[in-house]
Every structure is written in structure tokens, then in C-alpha cells.
Design a protein. Structure first.
Length: 171
């Protein structure tokens, strides 16, 4: 169960989910600093990302309720250098109006499990540190610890933003 008794299913991304995933991300890109991207991604870029992650054996999950995608999470390579091949970076977004009801926690919990099964050993969270602690609390609740703070490394919506790094062992 999820939001107010809503039955939520966490499952692998299907090609037909890409547009809804893009809409969720697009809202965050345009209206928040939760991502340092400034514009929505076209569906083609989402298909390319999904294909690249599948080729690497990495998970891309969605939260679905009543036939609607209400959140997503995926694990991508932390860095492209070979030595980092067992370290992934998470990305978790819940649709506006659906936050605060445990959907993000369910997505991240499943993502951690699926990433470990895919052979990843460490997961890194890169979080815009804006004073809103929702994302850092979510990650802490899922076993992440603070690894560092990068100051004033992002600039969006007319302000400089710090980046909090959190890390979790998957084994």
C-alpha cells in the first residue's frame, strides 16, 4: 500500500512508461533543484537511457498505481572509468503530489536490492543540499551515510547549490 491506501506496484520499466517518467522528471527539471538538469528530456533520450542501463544489467524501476506511473528509480554508472564499474549512482523521483507517502522509500529499497543482484557493490546518492532534507532523510532511512559535501558546485534558478554525497554498501 502507498498513498492513503493506494495500492502501489514496483516493477521494471516498460517502453510504454517512458512518457510518464519523462513528465515526472520534466516537472522537477523546470521547477526544482532536485536535478541540475534545466530542461525536460525528450522520450528518445529516456529510451536510450533505458537501453543503456539494460545493456549494463542495471535496474530501472517504476512505481505504478491505478495504471499510472507515479515514480521511478534507476541505478546508473557512478563514473565511466573501469575501476568504478561496481559502483552505481541512484536516481529516485516521485510524481508531484505523491511525495511523503513512502513511495520513494519503496522505490529506493527495491533499487538497492536489484542493484546488488546486478553485481553493484556501492551506491552513491548525489543530493542537492538546499535545506530540504527529504532526500537525505530518505537515503539515511535506506542505510546511506554521509560521504561528503561539495559547496556551491551547482547553479540553478539564480542561486548556488551545494551537493551532498551519500553512500551505501550493497554487500
Amino acid at each position: 500500500m502507498g498513498q492513503a491506501g493506494l495500492s502501489v506496484c514496483i516493477r521494471r520499466l516498460a517502453a510504454t512508461d517512458v512518457s510518464e517518467v519523462g513528465q515526472i522528471f520534466g516537472w522537477y527539471a523546470a521547477n526544482t533543484v532536485a536535478t541540475f538538469e534545466e530542461h525536460p528530456r525528450p522520450d528518445e533520450q529516456w529510451h536510450e537511457l533505458a537501453s543503456a542501463l539494460a545493456d549494463l544489467g542495471l535496474p530501472f524501476l517504476v512505481a505504478e498505481a491505478e495504471g499510472e506511473v507515479i515514480g521511478y528509480a534507476y541505478a546508473g554508472p557512478w563514473r565511466r572509468k573501469p575501476a568504478y564499474r561496481h559502483t552505481v549512482e541512484d536516481s529516485v523521483f516521485v510524481a508531484p503530489g505523491r511525495t511523503g507517502h513512502g513511495i520513494g522509500r519503496r522505490l529506493l529499497t527495491e533499487l538497492v536490492t536489484a542493484s546488488a543482484a546486478a553485481g553493484a557493490r556501492q551506491m552513491i546518492a548525489v543530493i542537492a543540499d538546499t535545506g530540504d532534507e527529504a532526500s537525505s532523510r530518505l537515503h539515511a532511512a535506506c542505510g546511506f551515510t554521509t560521504a561528503g559535501l561539495l559547496t556551491a558546485v551547482g547553479y540553478k534558478h539564480g542561486r548556488w547549490i551545494d551537493t551532498l554525497l551519500m553512500q551505501r554498501s550493497l554487500h
